[in-house]
Ligand binder design. Structure first.
Ligand SMILES: [Zn+2]
Length: 397
């Protein structure tokens, strides 16, 4: 009767071997995952090129539909259409949302100077890391779950791939939030953090402000004293703005762009600064907004105008975020590695879903480096276990 006993009671060894056999499944398919990423990288998809992004969207809609998903597009006139794919599951529970973006920061033609290639155990190419490897994990994890569950998924899954993440997600935010509201959890396939591939359990909120100074123009030789320099006023304001940075609170302000004046012999009547604001806690949003809007001119003959605001709330490490991380950490342990977590300064669409209070885990995508840079690449050896982690998380949430 020993055989029967083994069937009724699953020992920890059996669970472990289950995880290791699943990891082997992905290891056997490592080259296929590389091929998928290559296919996605070779369809270039800059945020500002609707036609290019739509081409990637329709390629992916086709691939997801082959896996049993129902694809639909949310039309966006000025950007690529946002792609939503719904998969039914054999449990009557809320879907898990797999969130990502189709767009990259690279213009069409970037492939000529940074071709998609394998070298030094890495796959290189524009968008390979941010975040076409993450999209490939979605495809391969869903394919695997269907293979393991008789051509169906163990639970409903909704994939959302937006087209404007790299330029602020203005046209997709509403869609991301409304899809997320119906989901049990959100798994964001943005790049992992650092060489160990940590997932992201906190991200800063992001805002952009524009400070415009209006002074008075005058000839710098004939009427010097008639002029009111907008550039001098702006320079003084920049020093004031920089003092608002509070590193301990995770609050930073960066004046990233300044513009002003017309020519050297004219006292400048106009000058503007564009600021990037990062906040670690939502409760800092109102305070920093108020302080920027109440800046007073040093030169009373100059006028200040402040526009903009916080456009992504911070993703805070709430108890539901921590619980989701613990689940992922436990799965990774069974797959044989220690999954770390990180808090980062950059925002993603996960900020929106976490801001709604929905359990969100970010940074589940590829492990690599060089996002938005010429050395963008991912580690090929990491692909199988990241895909295995995603598949197991979809089941476990
Ligand atoms: Zn990204």
């Amino acid at each position: 009767m020993p055989r029967r006993a083994a069937q009724t009671k699953i020992s920890p060894v059996a669970i472990e071997s289950d995880h290791s056999s699943r990891l082997r499944y992905f290891e056997d398919r490592r080259d296929q995952i590389v091929q998928t990423i290559r296919q996605l990288v070779e369809v270039e998809s800059p945020s500002d090129n609707k036609q290019a992004v739509d081409q990637l969207g329709s390629l992916l809609a086709g691939r997801f539909e082959k896996l049993g998903g129902h694809a639909k597009f949310h039309r966006a006139p000025d950007f690529g259409d946002h792609l939503q794919v719904d998969f039914p599951g054999n449990r009557d529970v809320k879907p898990v949302m797999l969130l990502g973006h189709l767009d990259t920061v690279y213009p069409v033609g970037a492939l000529t100077t940074m071709p998609c290639r394998v070298a030094n155990a890495r796959l290189w190419g524009p968008g390979a890391f941010d975040m076409k490897s993450g999209i490939a994990f979605m495809l391969h994890a869903i394919e695997a779950l269907r293979a393991w569950h008789e051509d169906t998924l163990p639970r409903p899954v909704t994939v959302l791939l937006v087209s404007d993440e790299e330029v602020g997600s203005d046209t997709s935010r509403r869609i991301t939030e409304s899809v997320a509201r119906n989901c049990a959890a959100v798994l964001v396939l943005e790049p992992a953090h650092g060489p160990k591939g940590a997932v992201k359990t906190a991200r800063k909120g992001v805002g952009e402000y524009i400070l415009k100074v209006t002074g008075k123009a005058a000839h710098s030789g004939l009427d010097f004293e008639e002029g009111e320099s907008a550039i001098i006023e702006l320079a003084r304001q920049i020093i004031e703005i920089s003092k608002l940075t509070d590193l301990k609170r995770g609050l930073t302000l960066n004046v990233g762009k300044v513009q002003g004046g017309t020519r050297s012999n004219v006292i400048p009547a106009e000058a503007t600064a564009v600021l990037d604001v990062r906040i670690a806690r939502m409760k800092d949003a109102a305070g920093i907004d108020r302080r920027l809007r109440s800046l007073k001119p040093f030169n009373r003959k100059c006028k200040l105008q402040v526009t903009g605001g916080i456009n992504r709330p911070p993703m805070e490490r709430t108890p539901v975020v921590a619980a989701l991380y613990q689940k992922a950490e436990e799965i990774a342990k069974q797959l044989g590695w220690k999954l770390e977590e990180a808090a980062v300064g950059g925002g993603s669409d996960g900020n929106f879903t976490a801001g709604l209070g929905i359990p969100t885990l970010d940074g589940l995508g590829g492990v690599g480096e060089g996002a938005h840079a010429t050395h963008e690449s991912i580690l090929i050896s990491e692909l199988p276990r990241r895909a295995a982690l995603l598949a197991a998380l979809i089941e476990a949430v």
